[in-house]
Ligand binder design. Structure first.
Ligand code: NOJ
Ligand code: CA
Length: 519
């Protein structure tokens, strides 16, 4: 099969409000992003994913779109968008954009019309139903809590919102809605977008009969969260959603070299592969690492699951994004830095496209946000704080006296300092990205778990023709001995390691990850 650019690429997710502020209003913007392409190039990034840039009343920070065909004025204009694309492409960087088709903002003109009367031509663009037994039409829950239905007194019906009540769900069973979304896709592709990250794509179609979701028996619930008390049998992952995705793909295929990566939360992990078809998504996020505890077995079984379940489809891997606490804080405080370094090696040696979350490359931690400065209604601010560029008061992020979200400890962690330090996290990411770029086996080679790994170690092979790479990761708190044929060390996550050739055995330090090539 021919290789595609998105298979060889390493992606970098930017949360636009938090990357760089170019005009001193305290909010990151498109010009700020454009000003840092050389940094991203030097780091070794091939492609960017930008979280939503559209106009929005910001109830869900851009995931509530009020105009699909413009940029939010806080972030810039279509002219700054065009400049950004041109500058990126000039440097060989591609950019994909968040497309949020499942729902709009309640301020979107489509919804304003839709809710105005039961006979409005746009009524059926959204999902309106009468109540049942004096309550909402179904027992479906919003991901953000409570019923997924909101009663609209003016017209006496409920509308569906899978997220906030200010985010009504569009009705993709209506061909006019499908057509309108195709126009949106074309609008951005015409302007040079390289593709899209598609928000909650599996949820775009709901059960035609609006049946209640079955309750998960109390003993089998993973958490006490209300929405997880029900299986999403009828509110997500419906067979007809694949028609909608195929329609999006057809539009994409009428342009050259564009791609879609879907945010898919399938009911069963193995059905992720159902979305990865030659006429559907090229990529889907694989969130398994986000929920993996710090253990060799846990990571190994997740990787093997992906290898077994995806078939010919191309995998992706992610450690952090804008919805979950940053991974550097997930693996315990004591060895956080060493573990994050090892995790970087794991992520960047996978067979599949890695997605890095901005700030991860300098080991930016979550930032605790005082109540008065909280912005996100469901508490995700701490992983969305401004990028820490230097040690100045506003961290080189803004000239304003106060950025839109508080900054972390910029004196301790920042790009400028780490750039000059060969033992820094940033230098490790840069070296690892370079190694991936120059080692075909790491990008294209097969994956095979080594059979004889020491306890609490994950050891695997990446092979292409006679290029044979071994990756060894020690998850334990003790030294572990690895028996090896003659090999050269390409890279280690530990700055203490100095030797470069190995003969017979190698002692891995606690939390050390190492990449070797067989001679
Ligand atoms: C998933 C996005 O990643 C999240 O940030 C957003 O709140 C929901 N979808 C709703 O759009
Ligand atoms: Ca700004």
């Amino acid at each position: 099969m021919p290789r595609h650019w998105w298979q060889d690429a390493v992606f970098y997710q930017i949360y636009p409000r938090s990357f760089a502020d170019s005009n001193g209003d305290g909010i990151g913007d498109l010009d700020g992003i454009t000003a840092h392409f050389d940094y991203l190039r030097e780091l070794g990034i091939d492609a960017l994913w930008l979280s939503p840039i559209n106009p929005s009343p910001l109830r869900d920070w851009g995931y509530d779109v009020s105009d699909y065909c413009d940029a939010h004025r806080d972030l810039g204009t279509l002219a700054s968008f065009d400049r950004m694309i041109a500058e990126a492409h000039r440097r060989g960087i591609r950019i994909i954009f968040d497309l949020v088709p499942n729902h709009t903002s309640d301020q979107h003109p489509w919804f304003v019309e839709s809710r105005s009367s039961r006979t409005n031509p746009k009524r059926d663009w959204y999902i309106w139903r009468g109540g049942k037994n004096g309550g909402p039409p179904t027992n479906w829950k919003s991901t953000f809590g409570g019923s997924a239905w909101e009663f609209d007194a003016a017209t006496g019906e409920y509308y569906l919102h899978s997220f906030l009540r200010e985010q009504p769900d569009l009705n993709f069973r209506n061909p006019a809605v499908v057509e309108a979304m195709h126009d949106v896709i074309r609008f951005w592709l015409e302007r040079g977008a390289d593709g899209f990250r598609v928000d909650v794509i599996a949820q775009m179609i709901k059960d035609a009969e609006f049946r209640d979701n079955p309750e998960v028996p109390a003993g089998q619930r993973l958490t006490q969260l209300e929405r997880l008390a029900y299986e999403h049998r009828y509110s997500s992952d419906q067979p007809e959603v694949h028609d909608v995705i195929r329609g999006f793909r057809r539009v994409l295929e009428s342009y050259r070299d564009r791609m879609m990566v879907g945010e898919v939360w399938p009911r069963e992990q193995r059905s992720l592969a159902d979305y990865l078809r030659p006429d559907e998504l090229q990529q889907a996020f694989n969130f398994r690492f986000l929920f993996s505890p710090w253990s060799a077995d846990a990571f190994r079984s997740r990787i093997e699951e992906v290898e077994a379940q995806l078939g010919d489809a191309w995998p992706t891997y992610t450690l952090s994004n804008h919805d979950f606490p940053r991974h550097i804080m997930r693996y315990g405080e004591r060895d956080a830095d060493a573990r994050a370094r090892m995790a970087a090696i794991l992520l960047l040696t996978m067979r599949g496209t890695p997605f890095i979350y901005y700030g991860e490359e300098i080991g930016m931690p979550n930032v605790s946000i005082p109540d008065a400065r909280k912005r996100d209604p469901v508490g995700r601010d701490r992983c969305r704080t401004p990028m820490q560029w230097d040690s100045s008061r506003a961290g080189g992020f803004t000239m304003a006296s106060e950025p839109w979200l508080p900054l972390g400890d910029c004196a301790a962690i920042n790009v400028e300092q780490q750039r000059a330090d060969p033992s820094s996290m940033l230098s490790l990411y840069r070296r690892m990205l370079h190694l991936r770029k120059t080692t075909r086996a790491l990008r294209e080679g097969s994956y095979r778990t080594a059979a004889n790994a020491p306890a609490d170690c994950l050891v695997f092979h990446r092979e292409l023709a006679d290029e044979r790479v071994i990756v060894a990761l020690n998850f334990s708190a003790e030294i572990r001995r690895l028996n090896l044929p003659r090999a050269s060390i390409l890279l280690s996550s530990s700055h203490a390691r100095t030797e470069s050739a190995i003969e017979g055995a190698l002692d891995l330090s606690p939390n050390e990850g190492i990449v070797l090539i067989l001679n």
